[in-house]
Design a protein around this ligand. Structure first.
Ligand SMILES: [Zn+2]
Ligand SMILES: [Zn+2]
Length: 100
């Protein structure tokens, strides 16, 4: 079973045919060697890198708790939790967020 650290969706291993469906996110992106990593589903990983610069990730969103509390992620998280998607078009999720 794989669980995304951000949206907390759970997927049985056999549902994850694509090895890229879950990815390690470095909480401090510029320090890949020593940075703590978390397992994220690809939609969450794509979304946080689309919304935040590495500098913002390092300075403001360097923990799962901070990411989960980010205002700009609330619409996305509400939406992704209603789906079982393991890949998204980030422009689609941006549109979904702006409509809220
Ligand atoms: Zn996720
Ligand atoms: Zn990342």
């Amino acid at each position: 079973m794989a669980t995304c650290a951000l949206c907390r969706r759970r997927f049985p291993d056999e549902a994850i045919a694509d090895p890229q469906a879950f990815q390690d996110h470095h909480l401090r992106p510029e320090r890949r060697r020593t940075s703590e990593t978390v397992r994220l589903c690809r939609p969450c990983h794509d979304q946080i890198h689309a919304l935040f610069t590495n500098e913002q990730l390092r300075e403001e969103y360097n923990s799962v708790a901070a990411l989960r509390g980010a205002d700009r992620l609330q619409g996305y998280l509400d939406w992704i939790r209603t789906t079982t998607k393991l890949s998204i078009d980030v422009t689609t999720s941006n549109r979904v967020r702006e409509q809220r």
